[in-house]
Structure formats: structure tokens, C-alpha cells
Ligand binder design. Structure first.
Ligand SMILES: Nc1ncnc2c1ncn2[C@@H]1O[C@H](COP(=O)(O)OP(=O)(O)OP(=O)(O)O)[C@@H](O)[C@H]1O
Length: 320
């Protein structure tokens, strides 16, 4: 599934003293199967952008095509001045509802702290809420709940009748993600899915999202403040600042831009700073090192030349 974003802008409280331009003239092409990290300083417009992608927010200007379907047609929230007859308005509203239903089946959005939205008395009922609302039959809903629980690593038989409120923070979040997965979206968008979790919970959620992408060929867009996580997991990084896209490239290329990223309140993974410091101390490491694994590999190649223990174990001095 592809998403094409053209000249997209969003203004909150348009025409009031609180008017805020949250995103401005965003142009992006998202292809099927990409794993995208969306990063940016707080208030840079990330949440506003992703909420447009499944029609939760109406754009002020611009268009979004989801697999060629224009989900923004006639929706500009600046259109208030346009006079429309009652029947025209009804027709537009009906058309909008049809499109939104279609797009929400395809584009699943997991909000920040989604576990706060759990509300049913059992895990099964909670996950079933979305597919039931799609009008699916009982057996299909059950099959989807089972599948979604399996995808997030929660055993159906052991947990289906338990209250979601008895679970740990990480498990609750996985149940909430399962609720979106049960809609079988083709695109999964997650707003800071690891926020507030301990390191283990964070690693588990990320590993599951990665597995969903790899096994199910799902397009994934993650909003994150963790440069380490994005370096490890994303294939493409989109960097936002003050409502605009400032970089859109591979994580290796984006994290080379240390000075610009710092100027806009961001950073690069800690390991990239270490690689830089080591270079200043005489090593020759690539300026595209963004993960610990890459640093270890690069250092292994150079350490025998300078580390006496490594020299001895090799029985002589290795060349650099
Ligand atoms: N409902 C709203 N009403 C008015 N202004 C809003 C609203 N939501 C966001 N904004 C403003 O729009 C701008 C972009 O906010 P947005 O939440 O999209 O940024 P963000 O990058 O997701 O931030 P964070 O990382 O803190 O979640 C900010 O100036 C914010 O204050």
C-alpha cells in the first residue's frame, strides 16, 4: 500500500488568535513495506502529520492519496467560507464517512500510551472492539483476535478472559496494539510506542513491531524520540522541524548531519558521538556508524594494531 502526501498543511484554530501552523507543505511518498522513523523536536508536527494519514484530522491544504484513493478531497478545514447546499453537504459527509471507513481499515494508528484506551472487562473483548465495529461476523472476529494476540506474543487461551487492567505496562500496550492489528491494517503507525516502558518492555515491543514488518510485509511508521531505536530499526528517517520535513533519507545518511540535528534540538545515537571522539583520538571509523554492532565491527578491525593483548594473541603486530 502506498501513501502519497502532497502539499499538506495543517493549521489549528484557523482564523482565531490561537492560530497555529502545525505542518506546512509536506510532500512525501511512502512505498509499500517501508519502515519509517519519524523524528523531530517536541511540537515539530509529527503527531499532526500521522493523524492526517488515517483521516483523524482534516488537512487545511493539500492531499493524501492512500493507494490512489484521495482521502482528503473536499475536506479542507479552511473551507468554512464555501457555501454549500444542504444536499451537497449531506453528499460530502456520506462520501467522507465511506472513505474514512475504508482508510481506517487499511491504516492503523496506535496513539501514545494506547493502554489508557483499554476499557473492556476482558482482553478478548477489548481486541474484538475494532473488528466488531467493522461489522464482521463472530467467528471472523474471534479469528482476528487470536491472530492479533499471537502477533504481539500474548497467549490467547491463557489471557483472553483476563482483565486488561491486571497486566503489566508492556503487556497492556501489546494488547492495545493487538486491537489495532485485529483490523488487519496494511500500514501500521505508532506514536512513540516505547514511551514510558522499561528497557525490557521497550525491546520486546520494538522486536514485535520489527517482526510484524518483516513477516507480514506491513508498512510501519514509528514516531520516536529515541535515536538509538531508530538507528537500529528504521530503513528511512523523516526528520521534522517547525512543521516542515528537513531530512528524508536512510538513518546512516541522516545521522551524519550531527550539527544540523543538534541545531533543531535533536541528537544522534550516543555511539555516533563515541565514534567521532575515537576518530579525534586517532582511529579511523566511518562517519556512518550508528549502532553498537557497527562500532564493534569497525573497532575489531583496528584494535589488533593498537591493543597489546590483541597483538599477543595473534602472535605479532597486526597491520591496520
Ligand atoms: N489540538 C491542538 N490544538 C491547537 N494546537 C495544537 C493541537 N495539537 C497540536 N498543536 C500544536 O501544533 C504544533 C505541532 O504539534 P504536534 O503535537 O503535532 O507535535 P509533535 O511533534 O507530535 O510533538 P510531541 O513530540 O511533543 O508529541 C505544536 O505547536 C502544538 O502546540
Amino acid at each position: 500500500m502506498s501513501i502519497s502526501i502532497k502539499h499538506l498543511s495543517h493549521i489549528y484554530d484557523y482564523g482565531t488568535p490561537n492560530e497555529t501552523v502545525a505542518i506546512e507543505n509536506i510532500n512525501l511518498e511512502i512505498e509499500h513495506g517501508e519502515f519509517i522513523g519519524l523524528i523531530g523536536h517536541t511540537g515539530s508536527g509529527k503527531s499532526t502529520l500521522i493523524q492526517q494519514l488515517n483521516g483523524l484530522l482534516k488537512p487545511s491544504k493539500g492531499t493524501i492519496l492512500v493507494n490512489g484513493l484521495n482521502i482528503t478531497e473536499g475536506l479542507s478545514n479552511l473551507d468554512k467560507t464555501k457555501k454549500r447546499s444542504k444536499s451537497e453537504q449531506r453528499k460530502l459527509a456520506k462520501e467522507r464517512k465511506r472513505k474514512l471507513l475504508e482508510v481506517r481499515k487499511k491504516v492503523g494508528l496506535v496513539f501514545q500510551y494506547p493502554e489508557y484506551q483499554l476499557f473492556e472487562e476482558t482482553i478478548e473483548k477489548d481486541i474484538a472492539f475494532g473488528p466488531t465495529n467493522l461489522g464482521l461476523g463472530e467467528s471472523e472476529v474471534k479469528a482476528r483476535v487470536k491472530e492479533a494476540m499471537m502477533l504481539v506474543g500474548i497467549d490467547y487461551d491463557a489471557y483472553k478472559d483476563r482483565s486488561p487492567f491486571e497486566l503489566s505496562g508492556g503487556q497492556k500496550r501489546r494488547v492495545a496494539i493487538a486491537g489495532v492489528l485485529a483490523m488487519r491494517p496494511e500500514v501500521l503507525i505508532l506514536d512513540e510506542p516505547t514511551a514510558g516502558l522499561d528497557p525490557r518492555g521497550r525491546d520486546e515491543i520494538l522486536a514485535q513491531i520489527k517482526a510484524l514488518h518483516d513477516k507480514n510485509k506491513m508498512t510501519v511508521i514509528i514516531v520516536s524520540h529515541s535515536m538509538e531505536d531508530m538507528a537500529k530499526i528504521a530503513n528511512r528517517l523523516i526528520v521534522m522541524n517547525k512543521g516542515k520535513v528537513v531530512f528524508d533519507d536512510s538513518p546512516h545518511k541522516v545521522f551524519k548531519e550531527i550539527e544540523t540535528l543538534e541545531k533543531i534540538g535533536l541528537a544522534v545515537p550516543q555511539i555516533s558521538y563515541l565514534a567521532r571522539a575515537l576518530n579525534e583520538a586517532g582511529f579511523h571509523l566511518s562517519d556512518e556508524i550508528i549502532t553498537i554492532e557497527e562500532a564493534v565491527e569497525a573497532l575489531k578491525k583496528q584494535l589488533p594494531a593498537i591493543h597489546p593483548k590483541a597483538q599477543n594473541s595473534k602472535g605479532g603486530k597486526a597491520s591496520c
